[in-house]
Design a binder for this molecule. Sequence first.
Ligand code: ADP
Ligand code: MG
Length: 487
Amino acid sequence: MNKEIFEKYEPVIGLEIHAQLLTESKAFCGSSTTFGASPNTNTDPVTLAHPGTLPVLNKKVVDFAIMMGLATNCSIRDWNLFARKNYFSQDLPKGYQISQDNTPICYDGHLVIELDDENKKRIGITRIHMEEDSGKSIHDLDIDTLVDFNRAGVPLIEIVSEPDIRSSSEAYLYLSELKQILIYLGINTGNMEEGALRVDANISVRPKSREKFGTRTEVKNLNSFRNVEKAIEYEIKRQIELIESGGEVRQVTMQWDGNKNQTKEMRTKEMSHDYRYFPEPDLPPLIIKEDWVERIRSTMPELPMARKYRFINDYNIPSYDAGVLVFDKAVADFYESAVSELEVKDDNNNKLVSNWVMTEIMRMIQDRDTSVSDLAIKPKHIAEIVDLIASGTISNKIAKDIFEEVESGVSPKKIVEEKGLKQVSDTSLIEDIVKGLINDNPDSVEKFKSGNAKVKGFFVGQVMKGTKGKANPQIVSDIVDKYLQDT
Ligand code: ADP
Ligand code: MG
């Protein structure tokens, strides 16, 4: 189908995101939430729904939900009910999940995404509610289905967006912003592969001139940002082609097949669950007074977007640099710490630190698949390197040469001192070398005089060689110029 036909349509997307909260114990009992524990060891009578057991709310879950609500400009509800969401599954011991139905703790929020340097867009957040996770059914380890109840009862928040997203790249920006916030708040690991962050995408298309939304499909099982983008692209194309060929989109739940790169139908609207929500009789209404919200507000850390603008203002680095640096909280911390260790604090050095962090440090994290805090090289080492370069003590080349040693945690200052790598800025020494070279190479001098400017490079190269790369290249260049002209 040609491009013009696709351009007649506008995609409409809303995302539902489940985020596991990093509390130590489960939402309604004392069992541990540690990921990766031996199957069925993080359990207890409440998790396993033994008769007569009762849920007790973990206050940390409420703290974390309020935090996320404040971070996404939501109103916080003062009067909350929990509700039972009923369905049958072998991994749901009680036969229901404790969730929230029509009194979500956070509502009417929004997030601002940056489409590019100039354009921002507001994505509405309908609601954020608290709920508990189900257990995990494992179908591929045995001929029977195995069940692990470690995950049952782990606290979640579900963040539901308004249908404000218009493309897969907007979905990506929204998700990436949310994930950064969750990590900055320290309430979620952001790990999609481990299922700590799970995304369902609701997708529809409508002719550009029409206001009414089209029928949507919901795609589940999106365990990476890449898959979210791919699934959205796939659904948009599938729906447009279907409509153009005279068909009709049906409201179905679909599964993303990461091997075949396509969506497949899981269940239709008719087959969809009726969860028979009703208020949870075993938990009293949760009342959140203003002072609770204010207490949480006062402990909120700086959020990634605010940090980005502070980096631009305080350190005078380009917006691009600031965006890259704040993306990973640990990298941003590393950058700030390096800047604070600088002997000479100026814009030039702030930018040099940014360059080293964005290239060498980020390369190391990537290559070693590790976190910046696990590297042997520390912020003060980067600060030392930058100070050494900026003061003319070492050249960029020497800095790159010694970096391998610095990577293993040795102080660059120490390396430079011990190996005598200080850049030679002593003009009389350089002058002596240049004079010697000019005496020894009369042919080259002649060539230069007859207009071959390349000869200068030969002399500069020879001086650098003679000083094992330690001569200050700018000074060498000036002196070579001077002597070649004067000879
Ligand atoms: P449900 O409870 O059945 O999941 P909701 O009304 O809560 O339905 O919507 C779930 C998600 O679907 C929300 O993120 C919302 O923005 C999105 N959504 C609703 N209608 C549409 C539509 N026509 N096209 C795309 N997304 C939609
Ligand atoms: Mg839904």
